[in-house]
Design a protein around this ligand. Structure first.
Ligand code: URA
Length: 240
């Protein structure tokens, strides 16, 4: 993220913004080894080397932000998309930091998506060895019977590999039994895993929504909206 040189100097505690402009005009500030005297020059604090009276100014670490988004269907979780489909980052306004989704949700899946600039946390949460539970509400075709549920719970073969044990329970059946609502909890994060597991028991998914990641709950956050995590939630994730 670029910012004005005088703002950078002020934030680094060198001087007030006004005073920083005077220091710049007086030729006491260098950017990448060259004296800058004009005003309004923009720098990238992560890349550019700024010196004041020939002393390098240390860059403050970027503030860490942790966001929960209620992702709507019809958005991709990648930053840039080859087909020009809308991206979840288009829904985040007023966050200066460069944040990224933690893991992914399918284009046609809604629900809880975390975004952060904490690369360390992202790495840990998305690492295959990490078994944080993710809970989904799925509307599936038909009504799975007890044998289907048992099969699902023990693990089914998806892409040639058995899934680890999962939880599933039926919450509601519609009147003509064409659909049912099920709650599913899995630990792994394989590509389209819930959809493929439901296909494996012949009750394909019609709609899918993630409602929890570990103890973090989507709650009544409206679709398309986001909120910053609480201190307690951040601490919980870091301690996982
Ligand atoms: N499982 C899926 O099939 N899709 C998702 O988006 C998440 C989990």
């Amino acid at each position: 993220m670029e910012e004005r040189l005088q703002k950078f100097l002020a934030e680094a505690g060198i001087a007030s913004r006004r005073k920083a402009e005077e220091l710049i005009a007086a030729g006491r500030v260098k950017v990448n080894g060259k004296i800058v005297t004009e005003q309004g020059v923009k720098i990238n604090p992560q890349k550019d080397k700024v010196e004041f009276d020939n002393r390098l100014i240390a860059v403050k670490a970027e503030k860490k932000v942790y966001i929960m988004l209620h992702k709507p269907e019809g958005y991709v979780t990648t930053a840039k998309e080859q087909f020009g489909r809308p991206a979840v980052l288009d829904l985040i306004h007023g966050v200066q930091e460069r944040i990224f989704p933690v893991g992914r949700l399918d284009y046609d899946t809604s629900g809880l998506l975390l975004l952060t600039n904490d690369g360390d946390l992202t790495y840990r949460l998305t690492h295959p060895s990490h078994d944080v539970e993710k809970t989904y509400l799925a509307k599936v075709y038909g009504v799975p019977d007890e044998a289907d549920l048992q099969k699902f719970r023990r693990g089914v073969t998806v892409d040639g590999r058995k899934t680890s044990p999962a939880k599933i329970r039926i919450l509601e059946r519609d009147k003509d039994l064409r659909f049912s609502m099920v709650e599913i909890t899995i630990h792994e994060g394989r590509n389209r895993q819930v959809r493929k597991m439901c296909e494996a028991i012949k009750h394909p998914v019609a709609q899918l929504k993630r409602v929890a990641t570990g103890e973090l709950q989507l709650g009544d956050l409206p679709k398309g909206k986001y909120r910053h995590l609480t201190e307690r939630e951040i601490k919980y994730l870091k301690n996982l």
